[in-house]
Design a protein around this ligand. Sequence first.
Ligand code: 5GP
Length: 141
Amino acid sequence: MTSAYDTNNIFAKILRGEIPCAKVYEDDDTLAFMDVMPQAPGHLLVIPKAASRNILDADPAVLAKTIAVVQKLAIAAKHAFDAEGVNVAQFNEAAAGQTVFHLHFHVIPRNEHEPMKPHSGTMADGDVLRAHAEKIKAALG
Ligand code: 5GP
């Protein structure tokens, strides 16, 4: 069964400017901002502006633009946090762990021997998230 896109999901509200985010990057088609419950320092989310629940109902042309931004931000976040690696993760529907139903890619800088915190765990301090967003923006050049 496929569910419809809900225009009141939290990322749609962020896109409309109804709730704030620690913005890292924006272009005509894409927005990136810090995850409020980071699983590691520098955890950010990349979302297309076009509405889709997840990868299953996304337009392939939108996906192509989004993944190019994911790559750009994975490189910048790895550099900004001097990380050894980066996880890129993306969940589709609740059974697969999706909790917000607007397509998004997680970009998480990683270091060996530093386990990731739980998904949707603890809220981070807003000032810290804004500082991390600035660090990644600076690495974007
Ligand atoms: P999902 O489980 O759908 O792949 O991930 C949703 C992500 O969105 C989670 O990592 C969660 O921490 C994050 N998140 C949930 N609500 C908000 C919010 O209001 N603002 C931001 N920036 N991130 C959120």
